[in-house]
Design a protein around this ligand. Structure first.
Ligand SMILES: [Zn+2]
Ligand SMILES: [Zn+2]
Ligand SMILES: [Zn+2]
Length: 128
């Protein structure tokens, strides 16, 4: 039985309402604007929790900040992210999977995992 379940739920709902990736701080201000008194440390913890159970994606922005998103795909996958508007496309990357397996094996690594996210400009942002 976990404490802070309602807080985790509040964070999850706020994340569901958010388009694209968001930082813990930005999510925290959103929650405050909507009248929640939840603390920043709790938001960080809840996001970490959701990320570890696979309910949220977490990755590093190009600025090195941890950002989160409610994930619509379960299981291992990759993202294509617009660095301007945050549009995110969930992608499978079979070539990456076989490359990562091969390169790890060549160096004698087992239990290899990887995080591959591609940042760029989406079509709409590139046109604007
Ligand atoms: Zn995802
Ligand atoms: Zn964009
Ligand atoms: Zn992969």
């Amino acid at each position: 039985m976990k404490r802070n379940t309602w807080q985790r739920e509040a964070v999850r709902e706020a994340l569901d309402r958010t388009e694209g990736f968001i930082s813990a701080q930005a999510l925290h201000s959103d929650l405050h604007r909507s009248g929640s008194s939840i603390g920043l440390a709790t938001v960080y913890r809840a996001l970490g929790d959701l990320a570890s159970t696979g309910e949220a994606d977490s990755l590093q922005s190009p600025e090195g900040e941890a950002i989160y998103r409610a994930c619509s795909t379960t299981g291992h996958h990759h993202h294509l992210i617009c660095r301007n508007c945050g549009l995110t496309v969930e992608i499978a990357a079979d070539e990456v999977e076989s490359w990562a397996q091969r390169i790890a094996a060549e160096h004698g690594f087992t239990e290899a995992a990887h995080v591959v996210d591609v940042f760029g400009l989406c079509e709409a942002c590139a046109k604007a």
